[in-house]
Write a protein that binds this ligand. Structure first.
Ligand code: ATP
Length: 368
């Protein structure tokens, strides 16, 4: 689900705010390497999604564990345990939810945490589920409290309590619902209350993809899109894709445009590299927001430590966007560390931006 559209200020408001705060240089659009889906993506993603577990690339452990869960449920002729998937946006959580339903030959109902504002919203869905149906709740950590409490009972006893009336006279009428499988997805497993987390029988943590796995994703997508993609072109795109299939697919489309117009459709290493340079995706896959976060951290705060909200204000973004979109990748690349006293740039960050750290830069920081 598009994370940014709800959590980020609209581009114009963000630009104005950044300008007010003297950060006009970082008031930017970063859709190209944002892991969130945009309008373009949504249509193409439907065409590019693997439909069965065997087509799903990477996440070997999750795939193997999930195939056992599904196979044994099919043998017992019972819906499998509820499944929780956690991981950054664009790693394939929605795709896996669709695959689960397909492998079970079960219907799939899709909703999201923010859409379940009241218990009644959830009750309306739960009470109309068919037996064995898969219910996918994206961003499950953003569900409203009353809906969450209703879900506990539904997950455990396949029952909901419909409350009639208000105040002391209110009564709960129990209503049986069909056995179903809940698939929840979250970018922030730590925000899920323990009673909800504990009710999932299987938890899958989705990791960022390795470069060779993204190359496979790109080759598969290029076949489906009818784009000719030599291995060295795929490698160049893959290593700049932040470990994320959604970004790999998006960069492929932009590189294809570049190759069609300027290189007679041939995506060799130089063409891929020139196209991605043009779109300001650097050799390690950092985009302008990542570089802005690092740049502010080094230039304004001497490498940190600095608090998340101060850092976010300084780059003209919402704290959640910095925390969920930019930071996981920067931490993974060894460019930024989260310490008890705030965010700290590593020696590699200074090196990446071609700057020299001050002599005392790493003296005070306590790395986790
Ligand atoms: N393992 C994979 N193999 C091939 N393609 C993949 C894989 N994982 C994801 N993709 C591609 O990446 C796109 C994004 O995946 P998906 O929408 O499932 O991510 P997500 O984790 O649900 O993201 P969000 O949390 O933003 O909804 C899909 O269209 C699909 O084409």
């Amino acid at each position: 689900m598009p994370y940014s559209r709800r959590t980020r200020a609209p581009a114009t408001a963000r630009a104005e705010r950044a300008e007010r705060e003297g950060n006009a240089e970082v008031s930017l659009e970063r859709d190209l390497v944002s892991p969130d889906a945009d309008g373009d993506d949504l249509q193409i993603e439907a065409a590019l999604r693997p439909k069965r577990l065997a087509e799903f690339i990477g996440q070997g452990r999750v795939r193997e564990q999930l195939s056992l869960v599904l196979e044994s449920a099919l043998r017992r002729n019972r819906p499998p345990d509820h499944v929780l998937m956690s991981g950054s946006p664009g790693l394939g959580k929605t795709t896996l939810a669709m695959i689960i339903a397909a492998e079970l030959s079960a219907p799939l109902r899709i909703t999201s945490g923010p859409a379940l504002e009241r218990a009644g919203d959830l009750a309306a869905i739960l009470s109309t589920l068919a037996e064995g149906e898969v219910l996918f709740i994206d961003e499950i950590h953003r569900m409203a409290r009353p809906a969450e409490e209703m879900l506990y009972l539904a997950m455990e006893d396949f029952r909901v309590d419909i409350v009639v009336g208000k105040g002391p006279g209110a009564t709960a009428i129990p209503l049986d619902i069909a056995p179903f499988t809940l698939v929840g997805a979250t970018t922030r497993a730590g925000l899920l209350p323990a009673p909800l987390r504990d009710r999932f029988g299987f938890t899958a943590h989705m990791d960022f993809y390795e470069v060779d796995e993204l190359e496979q994703v790109l080759h598969r997508s290029s076949r489906l899109l009818g784009v000719s993609l030599p291995p060295e072109g795929a490698h160049e795109i893959a290593r700049r894709s932040r470990g994320t299939p959604r970004i790999a697919n998006r960069l492929l489309r932009r590189v294809r445009d570049f190759a069609d117009v300027r290189a007679e459709g041939v995506i060799d290493r130089d063409v891929a590299s020139a196209a991605l340079d043009l779109y300001e995706v650097d050799a390690e896959g950092l985009d302008r927001l990542d570089r802005a976060v690092l740049g502010v951290l080094l230039r304004k705060f001497g490498g940190g430590p600095v608090g998340l909200s101060t850092l976010a204000v300084a780059v003209g973004e919402e704290p959640e966007t910095v925390e969920v979109v930019a930071e996981p990748f920067l931490v993974r690349q060894g460019l930024l560390a989260r310490t008890p006293r705030g965010r700290v740039a590593t020696a590699a960050a200074w090196h990446h931006l071609g700057m020299t750290p001050p002599p005392d830069a790493f003296g005070a920081a306590h790395f986790d």
